[in-house]
Design a protein around this ligand. Structure first.
Ligand code: PXL
Length: 255
């Protein structure tokens, strides 16, 4: 049995966050576990409140879980605070969790801060060195590299700056640009552009589902290139049947 862990925020509408991470783990046949790092007040219209889980409860959850069950792979999503980032890095290190996927969630689509500015440095310095792969979108790539990205060359350079922080791979998600939805995977000797057809509409939780699917495929022992390819195929299939579930037009994956 493949065991995987999500350390992320809660989305009560279950289109993003730990809830959709668990659905993705289940859909792909893994045993999913989840430690909430933060709560959001959220529905299909967006995020209207955020609060971190207390530092001691967050630490105790990870300590208790990891001292008992060792996941084959883990992912992080919304961590919100510097303390949560530092605790996550310390515990993943202590329990020698290999195969770490970091979705560096900074903001919600509606613009809410999901990682406080004071936590960004800790994410780059403490968590990125432990990562197998980091999966930023374009705005996140700009912030994490300290660069403005106007061309493909800029993107290559920015990805290099993120790789310098220690992860083995960076997947820059190009979904925020117009044109084909090309995501580019950068690694030691690898640059692979994955182009996917762009689907009509606004989708909720795409980044969470993608990083969770990558986590499962890496946990199964696939090389990162193959894990990303298969995860992208999975997301693309889920996009076809996504539907609005609330009052807003935003589409949710139907698991
Ligand atoms: O998709 C980013 C994201 C991740 N995690 C949680 C969220 C969101 C976006 O709103 O609420 C908990």
């Amino acid at each position: 049995m493949i065991k995987v862990l999500s350390i992320a925020g809660s989305d009560p509408s279950s289109g993003a966050g730990i809830q959709v991470d668990l659905k993705t783990f289940q859909a792909l046949g893994a045993f999913g576990m989840a430690v909430p790092a933060a709560l959001t007040v959220q529905n299909s219209n967006g995020v209207s409140g955020v609060e971190a889980v207390s530092a001691t409860m967050f630490l105790k959850q990870l300590q208790s879980l990891l001292s008992d069950i060792k996941p084959h792979a883990a992912k992080t999503g919304m961590l919100l605070t510097k303390q949560n980032v530092e605790t996550t890095a310390a515990l993943l290190k202590k329990f020698r969790i290999k195969n770490l996927v970091i979705d560096p969630v900074l903001k919600s689509t509606s613009g809410r801060v999901l990682l406080q500015p004071a936590a960004v440095k800790a994410l780059r310095k403490k968590l990125f060195p432990l990562a197998t792969i980091v999966t930023p979108n374009l705005p996140e790539t700009e912030l994490l590299s300290g660069m403005t990205i106007k061309s493909e060359k800029d993107m290559d350079y920015a990805a290099g700056k993120i790789l310098d922080l220690g992860p083995s791979y960076v997947l820059v998600k190009g979904g925020h640009r117009t044109g084909p939805a090309a995501d580019t995977l950068y690694g030691g000797k690898t640059v692979i552009a994955f182009s996917t057809l762009r689907r009509e509409g606004e989708f909720h939780g795409t980044g969470c589902v993608l990083s969770s699917a990558i986590t499962v495929f890496i946990a199964r022992g696939l090389p990162v290139e193959k894990a990303v390819e298969k995860a992208k195929q999975f997301v693309d299939r889920m996009l076809i049947t996504a539907k609005p579930v609330g009052k807003a037009k935003t589409k949710y994956f139907q698991f």
